[in-house]
Design a protein around this ligand. Structure first.
Ligand SMILES: Nc1ncnc2c1ncn2[C@@H]1O[C@H](COP(=O)(O)OP(=O)(O)OP(=O)(O)O)[C@@H](O)[C@H]1O
Ligand SMILES: [Mg+2]
Length: 335
């Protein structure tokens, strides 16, 4: 089967063609970073207007450059939420148009479930496993029992991990996306230069909270304005605190549930310090940790095509009346 994936959940317009669940024939992401950089974050109205302007020419160019005919597609998979509703509706409407005109089935999927499954693009993992999804809008620990069954074990009570990176980067004028800028600046920095709090680590649950850590960072830099000599140490200490909380809580959840495998997905999963820390800590516990390649961590349509394929194989297709949602519960039924 050839599955077309479409993702317009935020500011990226992404298309992918997947052959079954094994072979990514093409995966392209047209990002709008330059437009949003001047605001230090995504401006929803600009994002949706740009999707409207570009989705059709980008799709035609994508199909032409990969010498693919729309007629050869067997399934249209698309993100139906969660995300920026204006952006989602552009991709979803476009997918519905293709599905109707080509007479091919539609699979509307949950973008966060797709992040949790993105590792399967490169490696098949035995069920059950824990998925830590850490992105711009979410920090979630999911227990994944099979291709289409997810259970929320923990989530953030306020800011997502990626959002915390983005906010401190905006405050320091480091550029956008913030996580990438913070990671770059942290290289070689002393990770114990500032002892930032590790929120919720003492609590007996698997939830996260990053808002207090962000405030603690902002208070610190207001009291101790960073210099060229200290800034890399300060951001490295912040990154260390986030990675510490994410790894500790996820490993604790894995042990409590006797799960031996963890996969990490979402944009923050491309952070090298997070990867390193997970591998260091998990080895001692006898738990295996898997990370997708960076291109499948941040938003991409290949993971959407993949989840659409699994849903289709489980007998689930979406009606043409399927709705888009800015917020969407896990275990989305696709109708
Ligand atoms: N190397 C990195 N280190 C830390 N954070 C990173 C890195 N690369 C990207 N990020 C963060 O990942 C986020 C973007 O990830 P992604 O594209 O998965 O999120 P999103 O689509 O904006 O949110 P969601 O998936 O929740 O809707 C941003 O917050 C960005 O700062
Ligand atoms: Mg995402």
């Amino acid at each position: 089967m050839y599955i077309l994936g479409i993702d317009t959940s935020c500011d990226d317009t992404s298309f992918s063609i997947l052959e079954d669940d094994t072979n990514v024939k093409a995966n392209v992401v047209f990002n709008q970073n330059e437009l949003h950089r001047i605001f230090g974050g995504v401006v929803p109205e600009i994002a949706s207007r740009k999707h409207i302007e570009y989705i059709e020419p980008l799709f035609l160019q994508f199909m032409r450059s990969h010498q693919f005919s729309p007629k050869s597609l067997d399934l249209i998979a698309v993100t139906a939420g969660p995300g920026l509703i204006g952006s989602i509706l552009v991709g979803l409407s476009f997918a519905k148009g293709l599905s109707l005109s080509l007479g091919k089935p539609l699979a509307a999927v949950n973008h966060i479930e797709a992040h949790a499954m993105s590792i399967f693009l490169e490696k098949k993992i035995d069920f059950p496993f824990l998925a830590l999804v850490v992105s711009g809008g979410h920090s979630l620990i999911l227990l994944v029992r099979n291709y289409c069954h997810f259970e929320v074990i923990g989530s953030t009570r306020d800011d997502a991990a990626g959002e915390a990176f983005d906010k401190i980067a905006k405050f320091l004028n480091l550029g956008y996306p913030g996580g990438v800028a913070v990671e770059r600046l942290s290289k070689g920095g002393k990770r114990d230069f500032v002892n930032f709090p590790r929120p919720m680590l003492e609590e007996d649950n698997f939830d996260f909270s990053f808002s207090g850590l962000k405030t603690s960072f902002l208070n610190f830099v207001k009291r101790n304005p960073p210099t060229n000599e200290t800034i890399n140490h300060i951001v490295a200490s912040f990154q260390e605190a986030i990675c510490d909380v994410l790894t500790e809580k996820t490993l604790r959840a894995a042990k409590a549930l006797s799960v031996k495998r963890i996969v990490v997905g979402g944009g923050v999963a491309s952070n090298e310090r997070l990867r390193e820390m997970f591998f260091e800590k998990s080895e001692k516990e006898g738990i295996e940790v898997f990370f997708p390649s960076p291109e499948y961590c941040t938003d991409n349509a290949a993971m959407v095509a993949l989840l659409g394929f699994y849903r289709y194989k489980s007998g689930i297709v979406s009606p043409i009346t399927v709705k888009g949602f800015s917020r969407m519960s896990i275990n989305y039924k696709g109708c």
